[in-house]
Design a protein around this ligand. Structure first.
Ligand code: PRX
Length: 683
């Protein structure tokens, strides 16, 4: 196997990250410590490298196993690690059935519709169990889904989404949830990549006060998948309002089926959970990388579930009696790990909110928290910034009380952190800033909420059993406290680590291991550090501060997008000859894409053309990928070998006078011309 890095790495986001000063510590409140799951500092000893990998038995023991494993970690095919080998389990059993004896009548999922006058649905564990069974029976007996089959789920934030995921898990089928905001075309690409013949969707859902037609995307998805060589045989459509079809698009005979109608046939049908091996995949989650093609990150059943249960217990401090609300979307990894699998594996009550946080006003989240008695709250810096801007004093009006709050997905500015702490948390809650990725399954760096003081803007040290290291370009360790930034890596494997990229194991090796692998022939995990793709610095106290991506990935409002994907979409517009996307700092969204294009000869820039480019990107990918600005430039800054220097464009987008070294450019004069275009575009 060729061990060449995926591509030459050029700093983008990391370069423009804010470099704020060292902050003061905040201590966790005594009331929190008194009830916390992780209060014994010697736990970190038990999870030290000397005790690796056996330490992770403690996480696996949080689960029910049909058959206990014989080998904790098998390293015989690096870096394709295998955890808990020999073990057998079922994720749906672990998240639902096993809680019935004690928690049958406890709420598993609080579904909060966006329209405030619609009642909240408090789904008990008993009801969740029944609905998962019925839908699993339907998937198996009507749609022919079997163990190992892939099922694409393109659904909004409704309780039927976790029901569908858990039904797949019950059958040992591999779900691939596509974020509901993604286009039909994006859904098709993901379905085609994994060969999923069944698409589960919903007719409509509420977003910012509008009932959006969602089924229309399924029609596009089937059509686009066909062009890619995949025949989607069945489209299973949940109704947002059971008994009423809320989409304008007609049903296609023999292909489209209303789930709520079919379920009448499956009432009270139960399905024995299928026993799967710990190493059998639980799901795929497509995410962006350096190329235009999203990668299907594959997660295992045993290792993944053990890891999210363990981290949810110790770092989210979830007890079964807690009401936990993570305001992310289940269509992203945060929702998989910390709305569905982690909280439900621990028997907690988890909130699923359909709509936008600021609808109908910025008090909405705090009203929901008050009404449901939410005591653990989890969201992203983008949502915090938006809520602060729209209603800086709103939280004070409500009688909600959090013991614990999380921030995830992007760096949080210390000032924003303090508003979260003082106003949202009323100074009563502990905050964890959790750094991790789709690929990592669960948290990698954060403070332990009852053990470590918080430091605004820093994620914290490695979590139990995770040993981070920062390497320089040549693979030398950068010591903590040196103030120097480098490549954030993890020394050791862990159970939540992705297994591979679906259908492309070479890309898995190239992307995450090639750059810092010490010996490609070694079977010792110590020779295979995991490269995360983020730039970071480690302070003297061991806390890690994330600077941003070092590859062609940008995090827009916490949504991960590949610059190549956006560029490819822009190139669909006939007049566009070249496209380059860079990350520009934005007050609310943290980072936003800005697009530079060069037109084919004979075409002139116009507002109409820019609008068409933006619309194409929204249609091809999603409205979340829309660039903040489109600049039509005479030429791209290029190296002599013809490579576009995005670094220079990023400097211009971020208003930096000094754009860095331009001596390697074949056309340095273009830099000034681009600067003027950007300046006049902003004026
Ligand atoms: O750049 C890091 C940023 O989000 C990337 C991972 O994105 P995704 O796979 O979509 O997963 C998001 C939810 C875990 C990382 O490579 N990131 C994630 N958490 C943080 C962060 N940046 C700064 N601080 C964080 N806490």
């Amino acid at each position: 196997m060729a061990l060449e890095p995926e591509r030459e790495i050029e700093p983008t986001e990391a370069e423009i990250a804010v470099h704020w000063k060292e902050e003061e510590y905040y201590q966790p409140p005594a009331s929190f410590i008194a009830q916390a799951n992780l209060t014994d500092p010697s736990m970190y000893e038990r999870f030290s490298l000397e005790n690796f990998p056996e330490c992770f038995k403690a996480y696996a023991d949080l689960l029910d196993w049909y058959k206990y494993w014989h080998t904790t970690l098998d390293t015989s095919h690096p870096p394709f690690w295998r955890w808990f080998v020999g073990g057998q389990l079922n994720a749906s059993h672990n998240c639902v059935d096993r809680h019935l004896p004690r928690y049958r009548n406890k709420t598993a999922i609080h579904f909060v519709p966006e329209p405030e006058d619609e009642p909240i649905h408090h789904m008990t564990y008993q009801e969740l169990w029944m609905r998962v069974n019925e839908f699993a029976a339907l998937l198996r007996d009507f749609a022919g889904v079997q163990k190992g089959d892939r099922v694409t789920i393109h659904m909004p934030m409704v309780a039927e989404l976790p029901v569908a995921m858990l039904a797949c898990a019950r059958l040992g089928a591999i779900h691939s949830v596509v974020f509901g905001g993604f286009s039909g075309k994006a859904c098709a690409e993901r379905a085609a990549d994994c060969g999923s013949k069944v698409l589960v969707t919903m007719d409509a859902y509420w977003r910012s006060g509008t009932l959006l037609d969602h089924k229309e995307k399924a029609d596009i998805a089937v059509e686009e998948a066909r062009k890619l060589g995949l025949q989607i045989e069945k489209v299973l459509i949940w109704q947002r309002y059971p008994g009423r079809y809320s989409s304008r698009t007609p049903l296609v005979e023999g292909r489209d089926f209303i789930v709520n109608d079919l379920l009448r046939e499956y009432r009270h049908r139960t399905v024995e959970p299928v026993r799967v091996h710990a190493e059998d995949p639980l799901f795929l989650m497509y995410t962006s990388g350096s190329t235009g093609k999203p990668k299907g990150v594959q997660h295992s059943t045993g290792g993944y579930l053990a890891y999210v249960a363990g981290t949810a217990k110790y770092y989210q401090d979830i007890h079964p009696e807690d009401v936990y609300w993570c305001m992310a979307d289940i269509g992203w990894i945060t929702g998989h790990s910390y709305i569905v699998y982690g909280p439900l594996a621990l028997g907690a009550s988890t909130v699923v909110y359909e709509g936008t946080p600021t609808h109908p006003d910025a008090g909405r989240p705090w009203r929901i928290a008050e009404e449901l008695g939410v005591n653990i709250f989890h969201t992203s810096p983008t949502a915090i910034r938006a809520l602060r801007k729209a209603g800086p004093d709103e939280p004070k009006k409500y009688n909600h009380h959090f013991k614990h709050m999380t921030t995830v997905g992007e760096p949080i500015e210390p000032d924003v952190w303090r508003w979260y702490y003082q106003v949202v948390g009323k100074g009563e809650a502990v905050i964890v800033d959790t750094w991790w990725q789709t690929e990592t399954g669960g948290f990698l760096c954060t403070t332990a909420p009852a053990l470590h003081p918080m430091k605004p803007g820093s994620a914290g040290p490695g979590v139990l059993g995770i040993h981070p290291v920062i390497y320089d370009e040549d693979g030398h360790e950068i010591p903590a406290g040196s103030g120097r930034a480098g490549y954030l890596c993890i020394r050791n494997p862990w159970p939540g680590q992705m297994q591979t990229i679906w259908g492309d194991p070479d890309r898995y090796v190239r992307t995450y291991f090639a750059k810092f692998c010490k010996d490609p022939n070694s079977r010792d995990w110590r020779d295979w550090p995991y490269m995360a793709g983020d730039g970071a610095v480690q302070a003297a106290d061991g806390y890690i501060r994330i600077l941003g991506r070092i590859d062609d990935v940008i995090n827009v409002a916490g949504h991960r997008l590949g610059t190549k994907e956006i560029e490819n979409a822009a190139l669909q517009v006939q007049e566009v000859a070249e496209a380059a996307v860079v990350a520009a700092r934005d007050e609310i969204k943290g980072i936003m894409p800005e697009l530079y294009v060069v037109l084919h000869p004979g075409h002139q820039p116009s507002e109409e053309l820019k609008r068409r480019i933006i619309d194409t990107i929204a249609r091809e990918i999603s409205p979340i990928a829309k660039p903040r600005n489109v600049y039509v430039v005479p030429d791209m800054p290029k190296t002599r070998s013809g490579k576009i220097m995005r670094r220079i464009l990023a400097a211009i987008s971020n208003g930096r006078e000094d754009v860095g070294d331009v001596t390697t450019l074949s056309n340095p004069e273009v830099v000034q011309a681009i600067k003027e275009i950007v300046k006049s575009g902003r004026a």
